[in-house]
Every structure is written in structure tokens, then in C-alpha cells.
Write a protein that binds this ligand. Sequence first.
Ligand SMILES: Nc1nc2c(c(=O)[nH]1)N[C@H]1C(S)=C(S)[C@@H](COP(=O)(O)O)O[C@H]1N2
Ligand SMILES: [Mo]
Length: 481
Amino acid sequence: MRTNGERGSVLGAAAIGVGALGVGELIAASRGDSLIDAIGRVMADTAPVPVVETTVALSGKHDKAVTRLGVGVGAVAATVGLGALSDQARTPAIAAFGAAAAALGFRRPTRSPATVAGAAAAAGVLGLGLRRRPHGLFGALLWAGAGAGMLAGARALIRDYDRRQRDAIRRVGPLGGISMVPQDGLEDEPGLSSLITANRSFYVADVNLSPPRIDPTRWRLSVTGKVAHPLRLSLAELAADAVEFDAVMVCVHNRPGERRAGNGRWYGVPLAKLLEHAIPETGATRLVTRAVDGYTISLPVEPLRSGAWPGYLVIGVNGEPLAPEHGFPARVFVPGLYGQYTGAKWLAELELTDDSHIDYWWKRGWPSDPIWVTPQARIDVTAPGRVAAGATSIAGVAWAPPHGVESVELRIDEGDWRPVDLGTELAPAAWRRWRTTVDLPAGEHTIEARATSRSGEIQDGTSRSPFPSGPTGFHTVTLEI
Ligand SMILES: Nc1nc2c(c(=O)[nH]1)N[C@H]1C(S)=C(S)[C@@H](COP(=O)(O)O)O[C@H]1N2
Ligand SMILES: [Mo]
């Protein structure tokens, strides 16, 4: 049993934790940076694969919020732990914590003097606060309230920096254009995914808690390493060589039926063309796509150079520059490869190297060779639930990039597979919408969908987790009539 005094001291220590985090975050945010996000990025970079996979599976599109919450809870728990130490043991422990947090400000992905200062100040506040522990509920509330206020203030400062970044992007102006709103003949199906995914609804997946901010007027893309002609190109110079293409991007974590996939009309420079200008030297076997924070994804040079893999350096989507969270000002996209193999967002350089470079996911235990997206069909219309008897419309999207969708079939109550009607194909690498009408008697029914690619690959119905080669299985929906 805990005594009242012990309970009070735990509460007091927790409140001091909130206060210290608030001070650190506010100082980092004065320059638009975040101590919480710096800690979160270390967690993302170092967490073992099963922890990452479980977090992604359970938190869905809230993975970043869940990580931030984890940092907050962890900081408060650590403070309670420090509070339980003797006075002599506590000082070196706090110094160690402070130094570890400050090191994040020197670490490449989140390098920031303001984060270093914030971490040092947070450690100082922690030391002082835990020595003169607040007494009673009132003291604890004061600390927690002040901490929460500073955290809110920090968020407001960061939002202001983000707003200025969006303004800078807006000044870049349109990039590419949706000259014509694409149509596929299935426009009259309410509830069906749009043929082109709107930029604001496009899924976000990356290891950054917040997108890096890049000044478009100063940014240049470097093509370096084993090349005869290194290049340095501005956004305007890249735009001069850009072309439009339609393609679906799919995250390797997208289990059947999920929405970590989006279809875009992209605007970019063919990588084959960039390589032709740069002229790779003999021995340049890998193209390392490196983000401004050092994150890398590497691709084999040969198929990109020959055009066998039609990869692009993308600078726009759906008529606009890339949004901050989608990699502004540039990213690499090879339609058909899963998102985590397709190339880096927030691109800084393309480096041609030999096979010795170990990229981000390879280091984390994923296969070193790129993984291709497998055919997948998703049921959008007729959400799980009760439906009236009679003819029911069932519709969805399917993809099999880069070859294209040959057919989509439905199976009801484990009966025979029956083909559905396909919308017009935008491009083989794009997703394809489909629709059919079924007549179902009263009762509960199971509906499954599968896609077949034009290269003859039939969607695999075995349920398999994303790690290590991508998920498989059918999207299954239960209807009650
Ligand atoms: N720099 C950088 N690029 C990245 C990632 C990342 O973490 N950092 N994640 C990759 C993954 S896993 C996916 S699925 C796609 C997602 O792109 P989106 O967020 O624009 O949908 O970006 C890829 N490019
Ligand atoms: Mo991903």
C-alpha cells in the first residue's frame, strides 16, 4: 500500500516531468524545431522491427501522434523514476538524461542548436524541480499547468513555421497541370475512391515526426558520386524537363482493404534522362536517393538507366508542388516498387555508388533488394453493415503496377470467382476502379475481391504480414441483408 505522502510525491514528480518537457519543447520551438520529435525520431530509428510493425499495425494513420504520446508518457515516467532516487544518485542520472537529449540536437536527422539548448534547459528544470519537490496537489497542478501551457505554446510556434513553409511552396506556383479531369466511366458511384487521390487525402508514411522545411529558392538537387558530369539543378531547371504520368503509390504496410495507397497524376523528370546527362562511371551500380536528413533508399542503376524501370524524380503531383509531408521539393518514385523502396522524399541528392552503401531499411533488417507491389483489390462500396435485400452495388479499386490490372473478380460466400466491370485504365501503373451488381438473399454474406495483373500474377489469398516481403491476402467484407 502506498501512503498519501508517497502518492503525492509520485504526482509531484510527474508534474515536474511535464514542466521540464514544456520548457525544453518551447525553447526548441523558438526556432521551429521540436525536442519531442527529435526523441521520437530516435525511437523510430532504433526500435526493433516487431515493435515498429506492431505500432504501425495498431496505430494506423495516427502513428505519429502515438509516437509523440509515447515520448510524453516516457518523459513523465522517467521523471517519476528519477524522483525515487536518492539526492546523490539523481544529479548524475539527470545529467546523463540531459546529455542524451542534447545529443539529439547534434544528431544528423534532427540537428538543431535550439534542441540542444532545450534539452539542457529541461535537464536543469528537472534537477531544480526534483530537489524542491512541490508540496500538495496545488503545487503539482501548477507545474503540470505551466508545462501544458508551454507545450501548447510550442505547438503554436511550430505551426507558424509550418504555415510559412506552405506559403513558400505556394509561391513556387503550379507544377504540371491536370489539364483535364481524368475520367473512367465510374463517376456515378457514390462512396467509390476518387480516380485521382486528392493531395490532402493522400496517405503519409515516413520515419520523420514532422516534415523537414526546405527553402525552394536555395534548394538544389545534386547528382554526385561516380559520374562524369556532376549536376546541380534548381526546381525551375528540373521543371523544364518534367513530364506527367499516372501511377499508384502503395506502402509496404498496406494490408488488403487498407488505405495506405493513393493514385496520383505526377510530374517529374525521368531518371533515365538525368542519368544520361550525368553519365555514370563504370562501377556505379547503385543510385542512392538521399533526403536532406540523411535518410537513404538505394536503387539499382542499370534498370533505371535503360528505362526498364521507368523511375522519376518527382517535383509535383495533381498540378501542385509536393506538399511538405509528401516530400517537397522533390522525391524519387519508381512506379511498381513499394513506397519504402521507391525512393526518398525531401530529396537532397542522387549519389551514384558501388554496392557498398547500406540504406535505411536494409540496416533495419528489411531485404536489400527492392520489393514489387503485388496485385491487390479493395472493396470501397458496401461498407460492412446492414444492406437491404435486392440488387446491391459493389465497387472498389485495384492495382497491379507497373503491368496493369487485367481483371478483378468477386467471390461470394466462398463460391466461384466472378469477373466484375472495370473502369477505363488511366495507365498500367495507375489504380483501376471496378464495379458490379450482386443480388443477395437475406442473411449474412462474405464478399472477397482479387485482382490479376496483366503479367499473369493472381492475387495471393494467403494472409501474410507486411514484414519482410509485403502483405498478401484478400480484402474480405461481411454484409448482412
Ligand atoms: N525521406 C523519406 N522518404 C520516404 C520515407 C521516409 O521515411 N523518409 N518513407 C517511404 C515510405 S515507407 C513510403 S510508403 C512513402 C510514402 O510517401 P507518402 O507519405 O507521400 O505517401 O515514402 C517513402 N519515402
Ligand atoms: Mo511505407
